[in-house]
Design a protein around this ligand. Structure first.
Ligand SMILES: [Zn+2]
Length: 303
């Protein structure tokens, strides 16, 4: 274990990412090793922030606390509020932009639903952090809400449509948002870390409180508990961690995915490609795979 001390102030820092694995970082490594290593080294930051991510933060802030919500709205005033300036009255707020009117409607939906409002009222801690160990390395996580008495972990999810299906080119089937966004991996890691923290033999309950952006909003409370699947997810992680750790240590060069924001930003062409190279079966062809070279230096050297 490192001597780095995780606090509220440095939880989302580059230093914390270097010393601790997290579900988001793990998923980022699965998507593009080169982009994640460049981020950890502090030489690249994504410039594009998705609207969906920002809107999710608004929704989360509401359920964190009135103070957190007020701070979030003040810090992002221009993105959320519509204003009008006149000679006689100066600048006044005339409402919120459409996505935030919609989010307010979704929040009301949660508060007015009998089951969801009951879950919101369970005693617990919002934005509760915990650290633990999976695959021989240190992880950190932050639960949207943790209810210690019933050992329940609650995750808030806003989505365009909870029933949308996403094409998976590997399995060649369409899958739900739970599979698409790796929620079972997240549930397994959160469950395992919570289990370690309370010293229990069994996993806690993992609940997704999901609301859609449709008019009117759709809503569901999903239970993600599936012990066999969680164990499989943890095994998969344990298999992949040594490679990720070697990337962080500089013992292996990170592979470029060739299509993400980072790869497009830093792309240099060296040869023609055959049109068939676009097909999934040829993407792993050695001629189509590129790596960033950091000369064997570690991300820890950048601290
Ligand atoms: Zn990439």
């Amino acid at each position: 274990m490192s001597r780095f001390q995780l606090t509220d102030d440095n939880y989302y820092s580059r230093e914390a990412d270097i010393h601790y694995m997290s579900c988001s970082q793990y998923q980022a490594f699965q998507k593009c090793e080169a982009a994640e290593i460049a981020k950890l080294r502090g030489i690249w930051e994504p410039e594009l922030q998705s609207d969906a991510l920002f809107q999710g933060q608004y929704f989360h802030a509401y359920f964190e606390s009135p103070e957190a919500f007020e701070t979030f709205c003040n810090e992002n005033f221009d993105k959320i509020y519509k204003t009008k300036t006149t000679k006689s009255r100066g600048t006044e707020v005339i409402g919120k932009y459409a996505p935030f009117e919609k989010l307010d409607e979704m929040i009301q939906e949660v508060l007015n639903d009998p089951l969801m409002s009951q879950i919101i009222s369970w005693p617990g801690e919002n934005e509760k952090p915990m650290i633990g160990e999976v695959g021989g390395i240190a992880w950190r996580m932050k639960m949207d809400k943790y209810c210690p008495s019933g050992r329940r972990i609650i995750d808030y999810k806003t989505s365009a449509n909870l029933r949308e299906l996403f094409y998976n080119p590997i399995t060649k089937t369409r899958q739900t948002f739970v599979e698409e966004f790796g929620y079972l991996m997240r549930a397994a890691v959160y469950g395992e870390i919570e289990r370690q923290n309370v010293g229990a033999d069994n996993f806690p309950t993992f609940i997704i409180l999901g609301v859609s952006k449709q008019t009117p909003p759709d809503k569901e409370v999903f239970l993600l508990n599936d012990e066999a699947r969680w164990n499989l997810e943890l095994e998969n992680i344990k298999t992949r961690i040594p490679h990720i750790q070697r990337l962080k240590n500089g013992e292996e060069n990170p592979r470029r995915c060739g299509e993400c924001e980072y790869c497009r930003r830093t792309k240099k062409l060296h040869r023609f490609k055959m049109y068939t190279d676009l097909m999934t079966e040829f993407r792993n062809d050695p001629d189509n795979v590129e790596y960033d070279d950091y000369g064997g230096t570690s991300v820890f050297d950048t601290l």
